[in-house]
Write a protein that binds this ligand. Structure first.
Ligand SMILES: C[S@@+](CC[C@H](N)C(=O)[O-])C[C@H]1O[C@@H](n2cnc3c(N)ncnc32)[C@H](O)[C@@H]1O
Length: 225
């Protein structure tokens, strides 16, 4: 019997077991969202398409669109980035792989498949191939009831995986610290850019560009080899 599963009580677990539960909790949260709201921004817990796409604009600053490239979209949801690429970068030659923990997300993503772009979707919490670039939008925001220390382990694990599977670089976004007029929502993970800029520079020995002036209480890290 799996520890803590039948009783609903989470007993002390190794870091690996902890992340298994963490993945299951994330998967459950986002599956419920997409079942309730379908393939829409609300279905991946965003408020609207303009801000969802503003995040894509920041993350895609990483990519050189003058030449063909491969791209891993980690936590792809229902594949909104693929639709965005097809619309906003029509001529781009992108070999795209979207991954998500949620089968329900991937089922919807497959419906928005764009034949103009080489694309594939896989249900996984890992990154199953090396690509030129990897991006992840929104995967670090909702920590649910995970302790901050375990969430930090998750972030570090994902950053390491993205670095290891990206030939040219990767990009991720985070929620910035709360402003004075904002409501405290304990389930959200907010952080200062300096912590993760410093971490990526030291850990991966890379250049890190910070984008934070796009009018949202968020920031994006562009990590280039
Ligand atoms: C906020 S949603 C954003 C979806 C999409 N990136 C977008 O912007 O439309 C985050 C998604 O990441 C997925 N996710 C979170 N952590 C993940 C991981 N480690 N591996 C794969 N998917 C993950 C969730 O299931 C969810 O669908």
């Amino acid at each position: 019997m799996e520890a803590g599963k039948s009783s609903g009580i989470r007993t002390a677990a190794s870091p690996v077991q902890s992340l298994t539960h963490l993945h299951a909790d994330i998967e459950c949260y986002y599956t419920q969202k997409v079942l309730a709201h379908g393939a829409t921004p609300l279905g991946v817990d965003w408020t609207c398409r303009p801000t969802q796409e503003l995040r894509f604009v920041q993350l895609l600053k990483l990519c050189d669109f003058r030449q063909p490239f491969s791209l891993n979209d980690v936590g792809c949801g229902y594949g909104a980035l693929l639709a965005f690429l097809a619309r906003r970068h029509r001529g781009a030659q992108v070999d795209y792989l979207g991954t998500d923990l949620s089968q329900a997300m991937i089922d919807r993503a497959k419906l928005s498949w764009r034949p103009s772009i080489r694309s594939r979707f896989v249900v996984t919490g890992g990154i199953p191939r090396v690509a030129d670039y990897s991006v992840a939008s929104g995967i670090f925001n909702v920590k649910l009831e995970q302790p901050a220390a375990r969430w930090t382990v998750f972030i570090k694990q994902m950053l390491a995986a993205m670095h290891a599977t990206s030939r040219l670089g990767f990009a991720v976004n985070f929620l910035a610290p709360m402003g004075p007029s904002m409501q405290n929502i304990p389930e959200l993970y907010r952080t200062s850019p300096e912590i993760w800029v410093r971490y990526c520079k030291r850990q991966f020995n890379t250049k890190v560009e910070l984008a934070s002036d796009y009018g949202m209480s968020e920031f994006t890290l562009l990590v280039r080899r």
